[in-house]
Design a protein around this ligand. Structure first.
Ligand SMILES: Cc1cc2nc3c(=O)[nH]c(=O)nc-3n(C[C@H](O)[C@H](O)[C@H](O)COP(=O)(O)O)c2cc1C
Length: 412
């Protein structure tokens, strides 16, 4: 364990620290799921049904976590997922997150709904930057945004397709934490009880640039978080279709990633439409309750597109061991959303850096104990499946062949 000045030994410690620092309404806005939170819980518990089957007496003294995504070498197989709220948890938190990603040698994805302008993130942090897009009902606004991301040097465009309707998050209404944000007795009291956040984040914005704004919205619709009609909901469209993806492919010259897929047929279609990668994701259990967890469908998607596209996965990864399981099931890299937000909320850039360091240490340790030196060596043969539902189909098929062969030979 490296020098841990922040007293955070795992991601759950950072979560606790974030909880004590930011207003409860804001914390829950970031941390919780939707409706009865079945998806949120399953995103974690699903990992318990996959166990490791290690090899021994392997020299693992030359372990290396490097991985190549889109031809670019990264220091570990992870990506920071788009989350619109880093700039609310910490003053200009997006810049802090991007710097932490740069220093850890992994990509950072800036969300459409961020508080900091994409050009400033590029100028002040640099590194491998991706831009996430929610499609507006008026497609020309989205095109403008994509042009801006291109000019600012973003290397990949992440089109999110699982947010055509906001999830049902009742706690936000109960906490008085809705967007557009309005002041209520409850949320004002919540803010007053968290003076470090009030002075360090909110007041700092108010005394410099005013109430936080969606700096990446096109100028005609740019709004403060307190603004009404052109607030966040206007940035989603429920008419999103494959034609939009094809149109986006025509205008975006770099890598195109489709985020929020859980069906192998959709993943294959996205690649047919020109996507370079898909993110197998249930949006961290925030949109549809009772939805399948990405890890449950990952092997099928890997079977469907693994040879012709990059596969990223997210939702619920809190331990290096979770990451290793996904890599063994066919993912090329794992994205995290909340874990680096906890880090940012608690300690700014240092907290996000600590979150990434925790994953690095945990992944390296698991690889050593599995008898693996490189990410490329990982495969389902290092896993044991407690039930058949999670077993990769290709392996089930291989097993069936063995049984059929044995029957044919009269051994059964
Ligand atoms: C507070 C918050 C805001 C998010 N905002 C966005 C967003 O603007 N665009 C998007 O594509 N995904 C968004 N996501 C989803 C993440 O990109 C990612 O899919 C999810 O957080 C992964 O799950 P994890 O938080 O368990 O790691 C958000 C997630 C959180 C927690």
């Amino acid at each position: 364990m490296s020098d841990n000045k922040l007293n955070a030994y795992n991601i759950f410690d950072l979560r606790e620290q974030a909880l004590s620092r930011v207003p409860k309404g804001l914390f829950e806005f970031c941390d919780r799921g939707t409706e009865d939170e079945v998806s949120l819980r399953n995103n974690r518990s699903v990992f318990d049904r996959i166990r490791f089957k290690p090899r021994t007496l392997v020299d693992v003294s030359k372990r290396n976590l490097e991985t190549t995504i889109f031809g670019v070498k990264h220091k570990m197989p992870m990506v920071i997922a788009p989350t619109g709220t880093a700039g609310l948890l910490w003053y200009e938190g997006e810049i802090a997150l991007a710097k932490a990603a740069r220093d850890a040698g992994i990509p950072f994805t800036l969300a459409t709904g961020s508080m900091t302008a994409m050009e400033r993130v590029a100028d002040e942090a640099g590194g491998e930057l991706w831009f996430q897009l929610y499609m507006w009902p008026d497609r020309s606004l989205s095109q403008k945004l994509v042009e801006r991301a291109k000019a600012a040097g973003y290397k990949a465009l992440v089109v999110t397709v699982d947010g055509v309707h906001a999830g049902n998050r009742e706690y936000n209404i109960r906490n008085g934490f809705t967007i557009p944000f309005t002041f209520t007795a409850k949320n004002v009291a919540d803010v007053l009880l968290h003076p470090r956040w009030m002075f360090g984040v909110l007041a700092r914005y108010i005394f410099t640039t005013g109430m936080p704004r969606y700096q990446n919205y096109p100028t005609d619709v740019r709004a403060r978080i307190t603004a009404g009609p052109m607030g966040r909901s206007s940035l989603r469209t429920d008419s999103l279709s494959w034609e939009d993806l094809k149109a986006m492919r025509k205008v975006w010259p770099h890598k195109l990633i489709v985020k929020g897929m859980l069906h192998p047929a959709d993943a294959a279609k996205a690649v047919d439409c020109g996507a370079d990668a898909v993110v197998v994701s249930n949006h961290g259990g925030r949109n549809l309750d009772g939805i399948i967890s990405p890890i449950e469908v990952l092997p099928e998607i890997a079977d469907a597109i693994g040879k012709r596209a990059t596969i990223l996965v997210d939702s619920g990864f809190r331990r290096g061991s979770d990451v290793v399981k996904a890599l063994a099931l066919g993912a090329h890299a794992v994205q995290i959303g909340r874990p680096t937000l906890y880090g940012i909320a608690a300690h700014g850039e240092a907290g996000a850096a600590r979150a990434l360091e925790i994953y690095r240490e945990e992944i390296g340790r698991v690889m050593a104990l599995l008898g693996v030196n490189t990410i490329g060596e990982l495969g389902p043969e290092y896993l044991h499946f407690v039930d058949n539902a999670l077993r990769p189909q290709s392996q089930v098929r291989a097993n069936l062949k063995v049984v059929e062969g044995a029957r044919a030979a009269g051994e059964n």
